[in-house]
Ligand binder design. Structure first.
Ligand SMILES: Nc1ncnc2c1ncn2[C@@H]1O[C@H](COP(=O)(O)OP(=O)(O)OP(=O)(O)O)[C@@H](O)[C@H]1O
Ligand SMILES: [Mg+2]
Length: 419
């Protein structure tokens, strides 16, 4: 094993987090989308892929620049890598422009979605050993890593990300994949509800790049702003992404989850100003939107988040159910909506009364909650007891990709490690 610090990568549908394993949180968190300048019209030499003239544009600052014809394309789909060429490009960018190091010096741990496939895993391995010449790699399910970051080895991890929320049972570090329950209600679902609300109330979402200047106006007054007239001919996908980032800011600032029996009209309002200057106080609507996550009367055919936890526990052996309910870990960006963990706790405890004890852990520090899987992965990679789980470049060249699915996966081992 080399003496350089290992790297940890945690790829999600909303963003990709990476950094050195001796850091507290990932040093970089970049959007899981890329700007495609050619939109498949022309292939580009590998050497010319990350410069100013490259086909691919990555990272927030670069993506925010309006460019004629640049299409925005997702790298991930429901937590799985879908565009391998773009992902390879993003890794090149990560090493050369964020981590400033050579991949051949650092072992690397990758967290993966509990739904990852053998084929995807093998592809990642080929990329890391063949293209980046990493000395060794390790894989770990992101839920097991998130549980580990909270010092828990047995429990249910509720990961509310962008594309979905999953309840994943973990037993002694082992993810019980057969009992995972997933709901499509995550950050994107709430974002759609916000867009719907704003459109129904005739509140225009004007992205920053279109605004030349604006004047202060009183709450609910028609905004006074002028449009930039030097904007290049941008694509719809890029324009929509910019609108989405405005709604996302609204969502992060304004929304809050109310208590189970709260009277929404009595709760405090929140003032918010949009980029074009339109502003108002938001009252009960800011509680009603996230209510969909918990209230089955509103979400029709969708299963509430407390119910996915219950369904997940029900599928596990009756002997461990109490232990699972006593160790619920909340992670993922969407759980940062204010009041989310408290409400989830009261829903589980209130709806399923036969449970002896419900204990829910949600790190208060928002970066620790959002980056739980990365933090757990980084801890695992630096745990000497797990040294035997590194799959080395020599192993790969002797045994190929097959071994990783059978012998070297962290999830195949019980992690009897107490922090
Ligand atoms: N402070 C916040 N308040 C509310 N929502 C937030 C906050 N910060 C981030 N989010 C939301 O969290 C989501 C991203 O969460 P996360 O980073 O866990 O997703 P991901 O792992 O990239 O995606 P997925 O798990 O779906 O593959 C986005 O929808 C984002 O808007
Ligand atoms: Mg995620």
């Amino acid at each position: 094993m080399d003496t350089h610090i290992p790297l940890a990568f945690d790829a999600g549908s909303h963003s990709i987090r990476f950094g050195f394993c001796n850091d507290r949180t990932p040093s970089s968190d970049i959007p899981a989308v890329f700007g495609d300048m050619l939109n498949g019209k022309e292939s580009v030499e590998h050497t010319n892929r990350i410069g100013e003239n490259s086909k691919y544009k990555v990272d927030t600052n670069t993506l925010c620049v309006p460019r004629e014809g640049m299409e925005l394309i997702n790298i991930m789909d429901k937590g799985l890598i879908q565009d391998w060429d773009a992902f390879e490009n993003l890794m090149e960018y990560a090493y050369s422009s964020c981590l400033f190091t050579d991949p051949k010096f650092h072992s690397i741990i990758f967290t993966e979605s509990p739904m990852n496939t053998d084929k995807n895993r093998e592809k990642l391995m080929e990329l890391l050993f063949e293209k980046f010449n990493v000395p060794a790699m390790m894989l770990c399910k992101n839920s097991a890593a998130a549980a580990f970051s909270c010092g828990v080895q047995t429990g249910i991890v509720v990961d509310s990300g962008a594309t979905h929320t999953t309840a994943v049972p973990v037993y002694e570090g082992y993810v019980m994949t057969g009992a995972i329950v997933s709901s499509p209600m995550g950050g994107d679902f709430i974002l759609n509800k916000c867009e719907q609300y704003l459109s129904e109330n005739n509140i225009d979402v004007i992205p920053h790049y279109l605004i030349a200047n604006k004047k202060p106006v009183n709450a609910r007054e028609i905004p006074i702003w002028s449009r930039k007239n030097t904007v290049p001919n941008v694509t719809n996908s890029w324009h929509n992404y910019m609108c989405k980032s405005v709604v996302e800011d609204f969502k992060h600032t304004v929304l809050e989850v109310a208590d189970r029996d709260a009277i929404l009209s009595n709760l405090p309002t929140c003032h918010y100003e949009f980029p074009n200057g339109y502003n108002q106080e938001f009252g009960s609507e800011r509680f009603i939107i996230p209510e969909f996550l918990f209230n089955t009367n509103l979400s029709y055919d969708l299963t509430s988040l407390s119910r996915i936890v219950h369904l997940c526990a029900e599928m596990c052996h009756s002997k461990i159910i109490n232990e699972l309910y006593a160790n619920i870990i909340v992670t993922g960006g969407n759980s940062l909506i204010k009041g989310f963990p408290r409400r989830l706790h009261s829903e589980i405890a209130g709806n399923f009364r036969n449970i002896s004890r419900v204990k829910l852990t949600a790190p208060i520090d928002s970066s620790i909650r959002r980056f739980g899987a990365w933090i757990g992965g980084a801890l695992l990679a630096t745990t000497a007891k797990l040294n035997h789980l590194w799959y080395s470049s020599n192993d790969y060249h002797e045994n190929g990709t097959n071994e990783i699915n059978h012998n070297y996966h962290v999830n195949k081992f019980r992690l009897n490690i107490h922090r």
